[in-house]
Design a protein around this ligand. Structure first.
Ligand code: NAD
Length: 292
């Protein structure tokens, strides 16, 4: 049976280290990192995420601002708010919750965020820095996924890693991070031929597809480490349930270690957002980033 990778416990530990770092920054430098979150519209899942982000931001001792705008807010007003936050020295991180309503061009809004405050790491400047190996703000879920993989495997040097999914939010950035860790990286996607055969090569599988329980145990190399990023809501036995992109029941029999859903990668995302906000605050103030 695979070792269960406890992302909830790891994220709790990380938040504890962040809280300690924030206390130190306040006393040594008078610096309180601050995160502003912008939510446009009434998407129920987004509302839950934003509330959790605000709660955890305050819990680690940072400043938190929530800007909730109605769904019909014109794009120009969202851009104006981003500009105001860009110019506010107390705000070190800006996060615009996706998805945005259809009449708003997400790329335009993400590009309007100052790259120095882009704690989601989606700005093209940060994407370019990541892909050229420069220090940057890196998307939170990929950072959290790699932290968990390193926690269980130690060094990732030379491992065969297969990333399933090529989105800008998860697949591509996680592949860049694994490349930086000296993995041999394959990015598989919806047009990949013989996906089970490709996945079977992997020492490390990162599944970021959005298809419930797609990856089966017999797709895995025995002993492989599986990081399941997927969060899919399904109905089973008349009840709603969250499942990953991997079929946990069959994968846990073959894998060496696996993240559960929920309780695996999910809790890492907000912890890494807080981490990025501390990083951005230190860079803004020109001081070294504390250990976290
Ligand atoms: P996305 O829809 O943008 O991308 C999915 C990718 O999967 C695409 O690149 C596509 O090519 C690939 N794909 C689709 N069908 C496939 C198939 N049959 N075979 C192989 N590849 C296929 O999704 P995303 O934003 O990258 O998110 C992926 C999953 O991760 C979702 O379940 C999402 O909810 C979850 N997610 C979780 C967190 C978190 O844990 N906090 C954060 C972001 C996303």
């Amino acid at each position: 049976m695979a070792k269960v990778i406890d992302g909830k416990a790891y994220a709790e530990g990380l938040r504890g280290r962040i809280a300690k770092a924030v206390t130190g920054l306040k006393s040594a430098h008078g610096l309180t990192p601050g995160l502003a979150v912008v939510l446009v519209g009434e998407d129920p899942a987004s509302k839950v995420y934003v509330a959790n982000k605000a709660k955890q931001t305050v819990e680690v001792g940072m400043n938190s601002w929530e800007h909730k705008l109605p769904a019909e807010t014109p794009e120009a007003d969202v851009l104006a708010l981003v500009e105001k936050l860009n110019n506010d020295p107390a705000v070190h991180g800006i996060l615009v919750q996706l998805p945005l309503p259809k009449h708003i061009d997400s790329m335009k809004v993400l590009t309007a965020i100052s790259p120095a405050k882009d704690v989601d790491g989606f700005h093209v400047v940060n994407v370019g820095k990541l892909s050229t190996g420069q220090d940057s703000l890196v998307p939170c879920t990929p950072v959290g996924s790699v932290m968990l993989a390193k926690d269980v495997l130690g060094k990732l040097d030379g491992l065969e890693a297969v990333v399933i999914g090529r989105s800008n939010i998860v697949g591509k950035p996680v592949a860049q991070l694994l490349l930086a860790e000296n993995c041999t990286v394959t990015i598989a996607h919806s047009r990949t031929k013989d996906l089970p055969g490709v996945v079977r090569r992997a020492d490390l599988v990162i599944a970021a597809v959005g298809r419930p329980e797609m990856v089966k145990g017999d797709w895995l190399k025995p002993g492989a480490t599986v990081i399941d990023v997927g969060i899919n809501r399904i109905e089973r036995d008349g009840k709603g349930k969250l499942v990953g992109d991997c079929d946990y029941a069959s994968c846990e029999k073959v894998a060496g270690a696996i993240t559960p859903v929920p309780g695996g990668v999910g809790p890492m995302t907000i912890a890494c957002l807080l981490y990025n906000t501390v990083k951005a605050a230190c860079a803004a103030k020109g001081i070294a980033q504390p250990e976290m």
